[in-house]
Design a binder for this molecule. Sequence first.
Ligand code: NDP
Length: 307
Amino acid sequence: MNRIALLGLGAIGTPMAHHLAKPEFDLVVWNRTIARATTFASEHVARAVQTPADAARDRDIVITCLPVSRDVESLLDGDDGMLATMPAGSVLVDCTSGDPATSRRMAAKLAERGIGFLDAPVSGGVVGAVQGALTVMVGGDAALLERVRPVLECFGKRIVHCGAVGTGDALKAVNNALLAMHIWGTAEGLVALEKAGVNAEVALDVINASSGRSNASMNLFPERVLTRAFPRTFRLALLDKDVAIAADLAREQKVPSPLLQITSELFRMAHIELGEEADHVEAARVVERMGGAEMRSRSGHVSGDAA
Ligand code: NDP
C-alpha cells in the first residue's frame, strides 16, 4: 500500500499531500489546474501527472479531496478517467465532504471492477491538515479501512469507522450543519447584544465561561469576527453544500428537522449574497448587515484557535 495518488490540491488536499510526500511512498499528484501540481512536485518527493488516468495508473490507493462528490464521480469515466487505469485490488479513498448517495453509486461502480471505495471526509480545518491531525470519518468495509489505515494516519490523528459506505459523509454533514448553526446563532445573539449596549467581547467573555459556548464562540468569533480578519480557510460555498446534505439526510430519514432545513436556507442565502470565494465565518456579516450593528473587539485582545 505504498503507491499513492492524490487528486485535488486545494486548501485541505495540499497539506494532506504534504504529509504523504515521504521517501517510503511513491506519490503522484494531479490537480485540475495543473500548475498547482507541478509546483507541489517541484517542492516535494512527488510526481505531477496530467490526467486522472495517469494519476490512478498502478496505484494501490487513490485519494481524492474535491469540493463535492460529483466532481470526484466526473473523474472516473472517459479516456482520461481513473477507471481506465485503476487496477483491481486498489482502493479509492474519497476525502471530499461528499454526499452519501453519490458515494454509494461510486462504490457500486468501482466494485464491478474489483476496486474498493471508502468515503473518508475529514474535520479539523486547514490547521488540523497542516499539523497532520485531522479526524477522518470513514464509511465502507472495516477490513478495507484497516488496509489503508497506515496511510490515513499520515494526515489523520483520529480515524473513525462510522458504518457502511456513505456514513462518513452523513456524519461530516451533520457536524458541519452544527457548525453553521453555531455561527448563525452566535451572530444573531451578539448583534442583538451590541444593539442593546453590550459589547460583543464582553458578551463572549461571559458566554465562553457559560453554557452557551461553542467552537464558534470560543475560537471563530474572537479570532476572526471581532478582529474583522475573516481569513479565508473554508469557503462558505462548501459549508452551504454540507448543510444541504445534512438537511437532505434528515428529510430522507423522515426526521422532523426545522432547524436543519432553515439553517440550510440561511446558508444558501448567505452563499448567494457573498459569492463563491467568501469564507464560511463571513456568514456573520449577513447577520450584521440585516441587524444593523457590527461585532468588534474594543480592547484589541483576542485569543483562541480556529480549526
Ligand atoms: P478548495 O476550494 O480549496 O479546493 C478545491 C480543489 O478541488 C482544488 O484543487 C480544485 O482545483 C479542485 N476542483 C474543484 N472543482 C473541480 C472539478 N470539477 N474537477 C476537478 N477538480 C476540481 O477546497 P477545500 O480543499 O477547502 O475543500 C475540499 C473538500 O474538503 C471539500 O469537500 C470541503 O468541504 C472539505 N473540507 C474543507 C475544509 C477546510 O477547512 N477548507 C475542512 C474540512 C473539509 P483547482 O486548483 O483547479 O481550482
